[in-house]
Structure formats: structure tokens, C-alpha cells
Design a protein around this ligand. Structure first.
Ligand SMILES: [Zn+2]
Length: 485
């Protein structure tokens, strides 16, 4: 009996083993995750020790390619001895760090796992724009967008990338970026958590061997990603940009794969997306090494849905409010903007209305249908508090239920810009007296007021505070932070 059972199982086991690299990578990820990086705003000084720790190892080669404008080392980490040269570079835009974090996860994996390196040599350039990373900003220290500098090469960061591509004559290139979290996979409510592209090398968007191979590899990568983020892969626009690196790499003969990390549900620091990069890219290195992409049809690439820009952090449908005696019913798209601290190391959220009107073509990470609810502007708690300590002692859910969404404070410390409580603060010293003889402003408008109440049967059911929803009935507080005004 047992014997027959095993015989039946054997072919299945073989199949499972052959198919399971990405599954293994996904399941064992925590064993290799670089724990010293756990959010997006890390800096050059955080990755230097990680690179230094590889020096002296026989299996990794570290090359300092040059320096950024402000003098930060830009290094390349190479591993493997195969013929096919794969070059990966990340964070040429300083505020796009997701793939940099995954590169260090990948390096940890490759310290003890070299099977996927058969036939390939892999070269990582993490954080090509360390000066931009310092300020968590897109451009470099002289305000150049490195991804528009592939031809003129006016920046040292661009020069060294071009030089290393030429010296390796790289067969494959991975151009690793982050994109807006508001991209969705076209005509779906799913975010484009990862977007991919085989950039065009001319205006005609011709497909030659180089670009075709990139498309085939991406098709395989997409089928891996679909297992962990179904429906959440988009295809980036392939409009030819003559100054961009991806487009020119393709022209120079390197099959170039653009990977953009977008947004994912409840993943503000993009740690799940970082894991997707890790699983996807390591799997793709194996796909390149074994040349298993060669039999893939281009249709598999072309059937990946395009990117669209139709997502909001919070979408509220059918909100009815009154203004100047008239009732209006609209949809609201609310986004949570990140307001950084001075060191560019942390942030708080400022909710803003990004769009108003018929948003039936749009989607939300979170959604709320306001049909049947009464809109009410939240009121300010009548008692003026002395200080922040007194504020922290309040019972916030009771105040919200009573219709209050802000509290005034007399002696508000200037350095406090937000509160993690679901209640906005009004700094009495900053209150401005509105101009007389003007019409009152609409309670709903672009760029403003993302704090209000939704009532039913005269009870507050939802409090929207700084663009986050507090569901009073279940005491379910999704407010990441309120703001000081
Ligand atoms: Zn970018």
C-alpha cells in the first residue's frame, strides 16, 4: 500500500522541486532579509558597512566605481563566474530605495546559495544617487535627473554607469526604480505593485533581439510575481525617451528590464514590495542563466495590463453636502501626503482632497460609500486646553461621537506637527481671522479639509480625520495621525 502511494507521489514531488525556486525564496525570505534596513529613508552611511563587510570574501568582488558629486563612494558588488553578464543598478532617483534594500537581501542569499549563478555573473550597483538619497529626493546634488543624462553624461553618477556598462558589455540590465503608489493595473482596482518595461530603443518602438529578450524575460518574471501579487503587475509606458538610461542601454545592446516598485495595501514602508523584488529578481537571474525565457512568446509580455494612474489612498463615493443652500453629491479622492522631518528620516501624513466629482473611473486602496449618510463638518471642542499633556488625557472616541474633530491648545509646542490621536489640534496662537465680506468657502474643496463626520440617525458613524477613517461603532481607528493647524 505504502509503496504504491509513494510511486504515485514521486512524479509530483519531482515537479514540485523543479518549479519551486520562487516558492523557496518566498518562504525562506526572513532568513536572508537584511535586518539593518527596515524602512525607505535609509542613507549611504547605512549601506556602507554592509558593503564593507563583504570585503575579504573570495566569492564577492567590490569595485569602487567612483564618487557622487558630494564625494560619496558608489560601489559595485560582483558575484559569480558565468559568461552572461547581468548588471543591476538601483536608486538613480534618490527617493526610490525599495530595490536597494532588496539588493542587500539578495546578496545575503547569494552568500550561501550559488546555484542560480551557473552561467552568469551578477553585478549590483546599489544606490547610484547617494546624494539624492541623503535628502530623499529624486535628483542629484546639482539638480540633474540622472535618468535624463544618459547621452550628455553631465554627472559623475551617469558617467560611471555608462562606463561600467561598456566595460562589462552587459548582456542584461536591471533598471530598478520606484513609481507612484497611485498607479493601478489598467481597468482594475489593483495597484500596480510592480511595473515592468522593456524600454524602446527608438521612436518606432521596434523590437530587435536585445529588446525581445528583455520582453521574454519580463514575461517569465511576471508569471512569478503573479503568484504573490495576483493582478498587481502593470506595464510601464514604452514611449521612447531619448535621454533615459533604460532606452539607451537597450540601444547599446544590453537587454534592459525596468522594474518599478509601486504601492501595496497597508505597506507604507514597502517591505512586502521589497520582498517581491527579491523573489522576482533572483528568480529572473535563474531564468537568464538557464535561458528558459527563450521559448516564451512576446504575446505573454504584451498581455500584461498597462499602468494607469487612477488610485487614491481613500475614495469616498456619493458624499452629499450643502453649500450656499444647495445640495451636491460627489465622489472624493483623498491622498495622504508624506511631510518629512528635517533629517529626511521620517514623516507624518497630511490628508488632502486630490479630486472631486464623478470618480466612477477611479479606485481606492480604502473605500467608503457615503450613500445615506449626512455630512457634517466637525466642530472644535469648546474648552481651550492649556497644553499637550491635557490633550493626551482626553477620551477621543467620545469626543468624535459628540461631533468634535479638533481641540484648541493654548501653549502648543512649535515642534509638534502632528498627533497619533484621531483628533486635529488647533494652535490658538496661529489662528487667522477670516476676511469679512466674502462668501464662506465650500466645506469640501481641492487640497483642503479631509476632516468631517458622517452621521446616520443623528449618530456619528464615521469620523474622517486627516483623510483616515475612524469607524466609531466598532471603535476601529485607522487614523495614522491627525495634524496640528
Ligand atoms: Zn525612478
Amino acid at each position: 500500500m505504502t509503496k504504491y502511494f509513494l510511486l504515485l507521489l514521486l512524479p509530483l514531488m519531482g515537479y514540485a522541486q523543479k518549479e519551486s525556486l520562487d516558492k523557496q525564496l518566498f518562504q525562506s525570505y526572513d532568513d536572508f532579509r537584511e535586518v539593518s534596513i527596515d524602512s525607505r529613508r535609509f542613507k549611504h552611511q547605512d549601506i556602507e558597512p554592509l558593503i564593507d563587510s563583504l570585503k575579504g570574501r573570495k566569492d564577492f568582488e567590490i569595485t569602487v566605481l567612483g564618487r557622487s558629486i558630494q564625494g560619496r563612494n558608489i560601489s559595485m558588488i560582483s558575484v559569480g563566474e558565468g559568461e552572461t553578464q547581468i548588471l543591476l543598478w538601483s536608486q538613480m532617483h534618490g527617493d526610490e530605495s525599495t530595490a536597494t534594500a532588496s539588493i542587500f537581501d539578495m546578496i545575503n542569499y547569494l552568500k550561501t546559495n550559488k546555484t542560480i549563478l551557473k552561467n552568469v555573473t551578477v553585478h549590483f550597483i546599489p544606490m547610484l544617487n547617494p546624494d539624492g538619497a541623503e535628502l530623499f529626493t529624486r535628483r542629484n546634488a546639482i539638480g540633474i535627473d540622472i535618468n535624463r543624462d544618459a547621452l550628455k553624461l553631465q554627472s559623475p553618477e551617469s558617467q560611471l554607469l555608462k562606463k561600467v556598462r561598456d566595460s562589462l558589455d552587459a548582456d542584461f540590465g536591471f533598471n530598478l526604480h520606484d513609481q507612484s503608489k497611485y498607479y493601478n493595473a489598467k481597468q482594475t482596482s489593483k495597484p500596480a505593485t510592480i511595473s515592468v518595461l522593456a524600454p524602446a530603443f527608438n521612436v518606432e518602438k521596434d523590437i530587435n533581439q536585445t529588446r525581445g529578450d528583455a520582453m521574454r524575460v519580463i514575461a517569465k518574471l511576471n508569471s512569478v510575481l503573479q503568484r504573490y501579487a495576483r493582478g498587481q503587475v502593470g506595464r510601464y509606458s514604452d514611449e521612447f525617451e531619448p535621454r533615459a538610461f533604460g532606452d539607451n542601454m537597450q540601444k547599446w545592446g544590453t537587454s534592459t528590464i525596468l522594474i518599478e516598485s509601486g504601492g501595496h495595501f497597508d505597506d507604507p514602508e514597502k517591505q512586502f514590495i521589497r520582498k517581491l523584488n527579491y523573489v522576482g529578481i533572483l528568480s529572473t537571474i535563474e531564468i537568464i542563466g538557464t535561458q528558459s525565457y527563450l521559448t516564451t512568446g512576446l504575446d505573454k509580455y504584451l498581455s500584461i495590463p498597462k499602468n494607469d494612474l487612477k488610485l487614491f489612498d481613500l475614495k469616498i463615493d456619493n458624499l452629499t453636502f450643502s453649500y450656499l443652500g444647495l445640495d451636491f453629491t460627489v465622489d472624493l479622492g483623498i491622498n495622504h501626503h508624506e511631510i518629512e522631518n528635517k533629517n529626511h528620516s521620517d514623516f507624518y501624513y497630511l490628508g488632502k482632497i486630490s479630486d472631486i466629482g464623478d470618480l466612477s473611473t477611479h479606485y481606492g486602496y480604502k473605500n467608503l460609500d457615503a450613500t445615506g449618510f449626512t455630512f457634517k463638518v466637525g466642530e472644535t471642542y469648546p474648552k481651550i486646553l492649556n497644553d499637550f499633556e491635557e490633550f493626551m488625557e482626553l477620551d477621543f472616541s467620545t469626543l468624535l461621537a459628540q461631533g468634535y474633530t479638533s481641540v484648541s491648545i493654548n501653549d502648543m509646542p512649535q515642534e509638534i506637527k502632528f498627533t497619533t490621536m484621531p483628533m486635529n489640534i488647533i494652535d490658538i496662537k496661529k489662528i487667522m481671522i477670516p476676511k469679512s465680506n466674502t462668501l464662506p468657502a465650500s466645506p469640501i474643496n481641492l487640497g483642503t479639509n479631509t476632516t468631517f463626520l458622517l452621521k446616520k440617525n443623528d449618530q456619528v458613524v464615521y469620523a474622517v480625520v486627516n483623510g483616515f477613517v475612524y469607524y466609531l461603532k466598532e471603535n476601529k481607528n485607522n487614523v495614522k495621525n491627525a495634524v496640528v493647524k
